[in-house]
Design a protein around this ligand. Structure first.
Ligand code: ACO
Length: 339
Protein backbone atom coordinates (compact mmCIF):
# COMPACT_ATOMS: atom_id res chain seq x y z
CA UNK A 1 0.00 0.00 0.00
CA UNK A 2 1.50 3.37 -0.97
CA UNK A 3 1.71 5.66 2.02
CA UNK A 4 0.04 9.03 1.57
CA UNK A 5 2.28 12.02 2.10
CA UNK A 6 1.38 15.56 3.09
CA UNK A 7 0.60 17.81 0.11
CA UNK A 8 3.66 19.63 -1.18
CA UNK A 9 3.69 23.40 -1.61
CA UNK A 10 2.62 24.52 -5.09
CA UNK A 11 4.77 26.92 -7.07
CA UNK A 12 2.75 30.11 -7.63
CA UNK A 13 1.97 31.11 -11.24
CA UNK A 14 4.77 32.90 -13.13
CA UNK A 15 5.06 36.65 -12.59
CA UNK A 16 6.19 39.50 -14.81
CA UNK A 17 9.82 40.66 -14.71
CA UNK A 18 11.02 44.25 -15.10
CA UNK A 19 14.38 45.94 -15.36
CA UNK A 20 14.28 48.18 -12.29
CA UNK A 21 17.72 49.76 -12.64
CA UNK A 22 20.50 50.01 -15.21
CA UNK A 23 24.11 51.16 -14.86
CA UNK A 24 27.21 51.29 -17.03
CA UNK A 25 30.91 51.95 -16.80
CA UNK A 26 33.51 52.65 -19.47
CA UNK A 27 37.22 53.12 -18.75
CA UNK A 28 38.72 56.59 -18.99
CA UNK A 29 41.41 55.92 -21.60
CA UNK A 30 40.30 56.81 -25.13
CA UNK A 31 41.97 55.22 -28.16
CA UNK A 32 41.08 57.28 -31.24
CA UNK A 33 41.34 56.29 -34.89
CA UNK A 34 44.26 58.71 -35.12
CA UNK A 35 46.01 56.71 -32.37
CA UNK A 36 45.41 53.51 -34.37
CA UNK A 37 46.87 55.12 -37.49
CA UNK A 38 50.14 55.24 -35.56
CA UNK A 39 49.89 51.55 -34.51
CA UNK A 40 48.82 49.68 -37.70
CA UNK A 41 48.40 50.45 -41.39
CA UNK A 42 44.92 51.95 -41.31
CA UNK A 43 43.17 55.29 -41.65
CA UNK A 44 40.46 57.19 -39.88
CA UNK A 45 38.61 57.27 -43.19
CA UNK A 46 38.69 53.46 -43.61
CA UNK A 47 37.55 52.83 -40.05
CA UNK A 48 34.72 55.36 -40.01
CA UNK A 49 33.31 54.47 -43.43
CA UNK A 50 33.47 50.69 -42.83
CA UNK A 51 32.40 50.64 -39.18
CA UNK A 52 31.23 54.05 -37.92
CA UNK A 53 33.75 53.80 -35.06
CA UNK A 54 35.68 56.98 -34.16
CA UNK A 55 37.13 55.97 -30.83
CA UNK A 56 36.94 53.23 -28.20
CA UNK A 57 37.73 52.94 -24.48
CA UNK A 58 40.55 50.77 -23.17
CA UNK A 59 40.80 49.43 -19.64
CA UNK A 60 43.95 50.20 -17.70
CA UNK A 61 46.53 47.42 -17.53
CA UNK A 62 45.57 46.63 -13.92
CA UNK A 63 41.84 46.94 -14.61
CA UNK A 64 40.17 43.57 -15.14
CA UNK A 65 36.72 42.68 -16.46
CA UNK A 66 35.48 42.27 -12.87
CA UNK A 67 36.58 45.82 -11.97
CA UNK A 68 34.40 47.25 -14.73
CA UNK A 69 31.56 44.85 -13.87
CA UNK A 70 31.61 45.93 -10.21
CA UNK A 71 31.37 49.62 -11.13
CA UNK A 72 28.47 49.03 -13.55
CA UNK A 73 26.74 46.81 -10.98
CA UNK A 74 26.99 49.44 -8.25
CA UNK A 75 25.44 52.05 -10.54
CA UNK A 76 22.60 49.71 -11.56
CA UNK A 77 21.92 48.86 -7.89
CA UNK A 78 21.79 52.55 -6.96
CA UNK A 79 19.39 53.25 -9.82
CA UNK A 80 17.20 50.31 -8.78
CA UNK A 81 17.36 51.29 -5.10
CA UNK A 82 18.62 47.87 -4.02
CA UNK A 83 21.39 47.02 -1.58
CA UNK A 84 23.90 44.20 -2.01
CA UNK A 85 22.25 42.03 0.65
CA UNK A 86 19.02 41.99 -1.40
CA UNK A 87 20.65 40.38 -4.43
CA UNK A 88 19.81 36.70 -4.83
CA UNK A 89 21.71 35.91 -8.01
CA UNK A 90 24.47 37.46 -10.13
CA UNK A 91 25.03 36.44 -13.76
CA UNK A 92 27.96 37.89 -15.67
CA UNK A 93 27.94 37.62 -19.45
CA UNK A 94 31.53 37.72 -20.67
CA UNK A 95 33.98 36.17 -23.10
CA UNK A 96 36.88 37.92 -21.37
CA UNK A 97 36.66 36.62 -17.78
CA UNK A 98 39.33 37.58 -15.25
CA UNK A 99 40.47 33.94 -15.26
CA UNK A 100 39.28 30.65 -16.79
CA UNK A 101 37.89 29.90 -13.35
CA UNK A 102 36.53 30.81 -10.86
CA UNK A 103 33.80 32.81 -12.54
CA UNK A 104 33.94 36.58 -12.82
CA UNK A 105 30.46 36.57 -11.25
CA UNK A 106 31.93 35.12 -8.02
CA UNK A 107 34.56 37.86 -7.95
CA UNK A 108 31.83 40.48 -8.39
CA UNK A 109 29.71 38.83 -5.67
CA UNK A 110 32.55 39.21 -3.19
CA UNK A 111 33.51 42.74 -4.23
CA UNK A 112 29.99 44.19 -3.96
CA UNK A 113 29.25 42.22 -0.76
CA UNK A 114 26.25 40.34 -2.13
CA UNK A 115 26.60 37.79 0.65
CA UNK A 116 23.35 35.91 -0.09
CA UNK A 117 23.80 35.70 -3.85
CA UNK A 118 24.49 32.70 -6.05
CA UNK A 119 26.76 33.59 -8.96
CA UNK A 120 27.79 32.23 -12.33
CA UNK A 121 29.10 33.36 -15.71
CA UNK A 122 27.25 32.95 -18.98
CA UNK A 123 29.09 32.82 -22.29
CA UNK A 124 27.23 33.88 -25.40
CA UNK A 125 29.77 36.40 -26.75
CA UNK A 126 28.18 39.63 -27.99
CA UNK A 127 24.69 38.16 -27.44
CA UNK A 128 25.48 37.66 -23.76
CA UNK A 129 23.42 40.48 -22.31
CA UNK A 130 20.16 39.36 -23.94
CA UNK A 131 20.93 35.76 -22.94
CA UNK A 132 21.44 36.84 -19.29
CA UNK A 133 18.29 38.94 -19.46
CA UNK A 134 16.23 35.90 -20.40
CA UNK A 135 18.02 33.46 -18.07
CA UNK A 136 17.90 35.88 -15.12
CA UNK A 137 14.23 36.66 -15.77
CA UNK A 138 13.30 33.01 -15.49
CA UNK A 139 14.47 32.96 -11.86
CA UNK A 140 12.29 35.96 -11.01
CA UNK A 141 9.28 34.80 -13.05
CA UNK A 142 9.37 31.41 -11.32
CA UNK A 143 9.59 33.00 -7.81
CA UNK A 144 12.93 31.27 -7.26
CA UNK A 145 14.55 34.66 -6.63
CA UNK A 146 13.29 38.23 -6.15
CA UNK A 147 16.33 40.23 -7.22
CA UNK A 148 18.74 39.22 -9.96
CA UNK A 149 21.74 41.28 -11.07
CA UNK A 150 22.80 40.74 -14.68
CA UNK A 151 26.02 42.18 -16.07
CA UNK A 152 27.70 42.29 -19.48
CA UNK A 153 31.40 43.09 -19.05
CA UNK A 154 34.36 42.77 -21.36
CA UNK A 155 38.03 43.62 -21.56
CA UNK A 156 38.27 42.90 -25.28
CA UNK A 157 41.59 44.76 -25.44
CA UNK A 158 43.24 41.85 -23.60
CA UNK A 159 42.34 39.40 -26.41
CA UNK A 160 42.85 41.61 -29.44
CA UNK A 161 46.00 41.31 -31.55
CA UNK A 162 47.11 44.93 -31.68
CA UNK A 163 49.12 44.21 -34.84
CA UNK A 164 46.11 42.87 -36.78
CA UNK A 165 44.34 45.79 -38.47
CA UNK A 166 41.45 43.50 -39.49
CA UNK A 167 40.28 43.20 -35.89
CA UNK A 168 42.04 45.65 -33.58
CA UNK A 169 40.14 48.68 -34.84
CA UNK A 170 36.75 47.15 -33.97
CA UNK A 171 36.70 46.47 -30.25
CA UNK A 172 36.58 48.34 -26.94
CA UNK A 173 36.21 47.70 -23.21
CA UNK A 174 33.34 48.40 -20.82
CA UNK A 175 30.49 47.03 -18.71
CA UNK A 176 26.76 47.42 -18.27
CA UNK A 177 24.42 45.98 -15.66
CA UNK A 178 20.72 45.70 -14.88
CA UNK A 179 18.63 44.67 -11.87
CA UNK A 180 15.70 42.34 -12.59
CA UNK A 181 12.69 42.28 -10.27
CA UNK A 182 8.93 41.81 -10.38
CA UNK A 183 7.32 45.26 -10.47
CA UNK A 184 3.57 44.98 -9.87
CA UNK A 185 1.48 46.63 -12.59
CA UNK A 186 4.27 46.53 -15.18
CA UNK A 187 4.57 44.09 -18.08
CA UNK A 188 8.36 44.40 -18.28
CA UNK A 189 10.03 41.79 -20.44
CA UNK A 190 7.37 40.74 -22.95
CA UNK A 191 9.17 38.23 -25.14
CA UNK A 192 12.65 36.95 -25.87
CA UNK A 193 14.00 34.80 -28.64
CA UNK A 194 17.47 33.25 -28.54
CA UNK A 195 19.33 31.26 -31.17
CA UNK A 196 22.66 29.68 -32.02
CA UNK A 197 24.56 27.97 -34.83
CA UNK A 198 27.66 26.17 -33.56
CA UNK A 199 28.37 25.00 -37.10
CA UNK A 200 29.76 28.48 -37.77
CA UNK A 201 31.87 28.71 -34.62
CA UNK A 202 35.04 29.29 -36.62
CA UNK A 203 33.87 32.63 -38.03
CA UNK A 204 34.74 34.34 -34.79
CA UNK A 205 36.86 32.75 -32.10
CA UNK A 206 39.88 32.72 -29.81
CA UNK A 207 41.39 29.35 -30.85
CA UNK A 208 43.82 28.84 -27.97
CA UNK A 209 43.71 28.72 -24.20
CA UNK A 210 40.92 26.18 -23.73
CA UNK A 211 41.10 22.41 -23.28
CA UNK A 212 41.23 21.87 -27.06
CA UNK A 213 44.38 23.93 -27.36
CA UNK A 214 46.00 24.62 -23.99
CA UNK A 215 48.54 27.41 -23.71
CA UNK A 216 52.04 26.43 -24.79
CA UNK A 217 55.02 28.44 -25.96
CA UNK A 218 54.07 27.34 -29.48
CA UNK A 219 50.42 28.45 -29.14
CA UNK A 220 51.50 31.84 -27.83
CA UNK A 221 54.01 32.35 -30.62
CA UNK A 222 51.29 31.46 -33.18
CA UNK A 223 49.05 34.11 -31.57
CA UNK A 224 46.32 31.52 -30.92
CA UNK A 225 45.17 33.38 -27.81
CA UNK A 226 43.95 36.37 -29.78
CA UNK A 227 40.59 36.92 -31.42
CA UNK A 228 40.23 35.80 -35.04
CA UNK A 229 37.40 36.75 -37.32
CA UNK A 230 36.06 36.30 -40.83
CA UNK A 231 34.61 39.80 -41.07
CA UNK A 232 32.59 39.46 -44.27
CA UNK A 233 30.83 36.21 -43.29
CA UNK A 234 30.24 37.53 -39.77
CA UNK A 235 28.65 40.64 -41.24
CA UNK A 236 26.21 38.69 -43.44
CA UNK A 237 25.23 36.28 -40.69
CA UNK A 238 24.77 39.14 -38.22
CA UNK A 239 22.31 41.02 -40.41
CA UNK A 240 20.23 37.93 -41.25
CA UNK A 241 20.10 36.62 -37.68
CA UNK A 242 19.31 39.98 -36.09
CA UNK A 243 16.50 40.70 -38.55
CA UNK A 244 14.84 37.32 -38.07
CA UNK A 245 15.20 37.42 -34.26
CA UNK A 246 13.63 40.89 -34.17
CA UNK A 247 10.82 39.84 -36.49
CA UNK A 248 10.14 36.77 -34.37
CA UNK A 249 9.66 38.64 -31.07
CA UNK A 250 7.65 41.41 -32.73
CA UNK A 251 5.44 38.90 -34.57
CA UNK A 252 4.83 36.81 -31.46
CA UNK A 253 3.78 39.93 -29.53
CA UNK A 254 1.71 41.43 -32.37
CA UNK A 255 3.86 44.59 -32.26
CA UNK A 256 4.82 46.51 -35.40
CA UNK A 257 8.18 48.24 -35.90
CA UNK A 258 6.62 51.72 -35.91
CA UNK A 259 5.33 51.11 -32.36
CA UNK A 260 8.90 50.82 -31.03
CA UNK A 261 10.18 53.88 -29.18
CA UNK A 262 13.75 52.63 -29.24
CA UNK A 263 15.70 49.84 -30.92
CA UNK A 264 19.02 48.99 -29.30
CA UNK A 265 21.09 46.73 -31.55
CA UNK A 266 24.41 45.19 -30.58
CA UNK A 267 26.92 47.95 -31.34
CA UNK A 268 29.26 46.02 -33.65
CA UNK A 269 29.25 48.20 -36.72
CA UNK A 270 27.13 51.11 -37.99
CA UNK A 271 26.63 49.35 -41.33
CA UNK A 272 25.24 46.23 -39.65
CA UNK A 273 22.85 48.35 -37.56
CA UNK A 274 21.70 50.37 -40.59
CA UNK A 275 21.17 47.20 -42.65
CA UNK A 276 19.10 45.67 -39.83
CA UNK A 277 17.02 48.85 -39.48
CA UNK A 278 16.49 48.99 -43.22
CA UNK A 279 15.38 45.34 -43.49
CA UNK A 280 13.02 45.78 -40.52
CA UNK A 281 11.54 48.96 -42.00
CA UNK A 282 12.69 50.99 -38.98
CA UNK A 283 13.68 54.64 -39.11
CA UNK A 284 17.32 55.45 -38.26
CA UNK A 285 16.06 57.72 -35.47
CA UNK A 286 14.48 54.70 -33.72
CA UNK A 287 17.98 53.21 -33.31
CA UNK A 288 20.19 54.03 -30.36
CA UNK A 289 23.80 54.15 -31.56
CA UNK A 290 27.01 54.74 -29.62
CA UNK A 291 29.41 52.50 -31.58
CA UNK A 292 31.15 55.69 -32.72
CA UNK A 293 32.39 56.29 -29.14
CA UNK A 294 32.92 52.79 -27.77
CA UNK A 295 33.42 50.37 -30.68
CA UNK A 296 32.24 46.81 -30.14
CA UNK A 297 32.21 46.04 -26.41
CA UNK A 298 30.71 42.57 -26.97
CA UNK A 299 28.40 41.53 -24.09
CA UNK A 300 28.54 45.02 -22.59
CA UNK A 301 27.41 46.88 -25.70
CA UNK A 302 23.62 46.69 -25.42
CA UNK A 303 23.72 47.35 -21.68
CA UNK A 304 25.89 50.45 -22.06
CA UNK A 305 23.62 51.71 -24.86
CA UNK A 306 20.50 51.04 -22.77
CA UNK A 307 21.98 53.00 -19.87
CA UNK A 308 22.76 55.96 -22.15
CA UNK A 309 19.36 55.87 -23.87
CA UNK A 310 17.67 56.00 -20.46
CA UNK A 311 19.79 58.84 -19.12
CA UNK A 312 19.19 60.84 -22.32
CA UNK A 313 15.41 60.43 -21.96
CA UNK A 314 15.16 58.35 -25.13
CA UNK A 315 13.12 55.75 -23.20
CA UNK A 316 10.15 56.61 -20.98
CA UNK A 317 7.78 54.55 -18.85
CA UNK A 318 5.42 52.52 -21.03
CA UNK A 319 7.66 52.70 -24.13
CA UNK A 320 8.32 49.57 -26.18
CA UNK A 321 12.06 48.85 -26.44
CA UNK A 322 13.67 46.21 -28.65
CA UNK A 323 17.12 44.79 -27.92
CA UNK A 324 18.65 42.77 -30.74
CA UNK A 325 22.03 41.08 -30.65
CA UNK A 326 24.46 38.83 -32.50
CA UNK A 327 27.79 37.31 -31.56
CA UNK A 328 30.31 34.51 -31.76
CA UNK A 329 29.00 30.99 -31.37
CA UNK A 330 27.23 31.92 -33.50
CA UNK A 331 24.61 33.28 -31.13
CA UNK A 332 21.82 35.80 -31.52
CA UNK A 333 18.71 37.03 -29.79
CA UNK A 334 16.09 39.71 -29.40
CA UNK A 335 14.08 40.94 -26.43
CA UNK A 336 10.98 43.13 -26.42
CA UNK A 337 10.44 45.15 -23.23
CA UNK A 338 7.60 47.41 -22.10
CA UNK A 339 9.51 49.96 -20.05
N1 ACO B 1 42.36 49.55 -42.19
C1 ACO B 1 42.60 49.58 -43.53
N2 ACO B 1 42.33 48.53 -44.33
C2 ACO B 1 41.82 47.43 -43.75
C3 ACO B 1 41.56 47.34 -42.36
C4 ACO B 1 41.87 48.48 -41.58
N3 ACO B 1 41.65 48.51 -40.27
N4 ACO B 1 41.06 46.13 -42.09
C5 ACO B 1 40.99 45.46 -43.24
N5 ACO B 1 41.45 46.24 -44.25
C6 ACO B 1 41.59 45.92 -45.66
C7 ACO B 1 41.59 44.45 -45.91
O1 ACO B 1 42.89 43.93 -45.75
C8 ACO B 1 41.13 44.40 -47.36
O2 ACO B 1 42.23 44.68 -48.18
P1 ACO B 1 42.46 43.88 -49.53
O3 ACO B 1 41.25 44.14 -50.36
O4 ACO B 1 43.73 44.47 -50.07
O5 ACO B 1 42.59 42.45 -49.12
C9 ACO B 1 40.19 45.58 -47.48
O6 ACO B 1 40.46 46.43 -46.35
C10 ACO B 1 38.73 45.20 -47.48
O7 ACO B 1 38.50 44.40 -46.40
P2 ACO B 1 37.10 43.74 -46.25
O8 ACO B 1 37.22 42.67 -45.25
O9 ACO B 1 36.54 43.41 -47.60
O10 ACO B 1 36.24 44.95 -45.67
P3 ACO B 1 34.74 44.90 -45.26
O11 ACO B 1 33.98 45.87 -46.07
O12 ACO B 1 34.17 43.53 -45.15
O13 ACO B 1 34.80 45.48 -43.77
C11 ACO B 1 34.72 44.76 -41.49
C12 ACO B 1 35.52 44.78 -42.78
C13 ACO B 1 34.52 46.16 -41.00
C14 ACO B 1 35.48 43.93 -40.47
C15 ACO B 1 33.33 44.12 -41.78
O14 ACO B 1 33.49 42.91 -42.46
C16 ACO B 1 32.56 43.89 -40.52
O15 ACO B 1 32.16 44.80 -39.83
N6 ACO B 1 32.26 42.60 -40.18
C17 ACO B 1 31.55 42.27 -38.96
C18 ACO B 1 32.51 42.26 -37.82
C19 ACO B 1 31.81 42.16 -36.49
O16 ACO B 1 30.84 42.82 -36.26
N7 ACO B 1 32.34 41.33 -35.62
C20 ACO B 1 31.86 41.20 -34.31
C21 ACO B 1 30.63 40.36 -34.24
S1 ACO B 1 30.11 40.09 -32.66
C22 ACO B 1 31.22 39.32 -31.58
O17 ACO B 1 30.88 38.31 -31.04
C23 ACO B 1 32.53 39.88 -31.27
Amino acid sequence: MPTSRPSLPQRPPPRTVSITGVGAYVPQRILSNADLERMVETSNDWITTRTGIRERRLAAENEATSDMAVEAARRAMTNAGVTADQIDLIIVATITPDRLFPSTACIVQDRIGAVRAAAFDLEAACSGFVYTLEVGSQFVASHTYNTVLIIGAEKMSAFVDWTDRNTCVLFGDGAGAAVLQHRPGSHGLLMTCLGSDGGKSELLQVPGGGSACPATIDSVSKKLHFLRMDGKETFKNAVNAMVSAAQEVLGRCGVTVDQLACIIPHQANQRIMSAVADRLGAREDQLYVNVDRYGNTSAASVAIALDEALSQGRIKAGDLVLLVVFGAGLTWGAALIEW
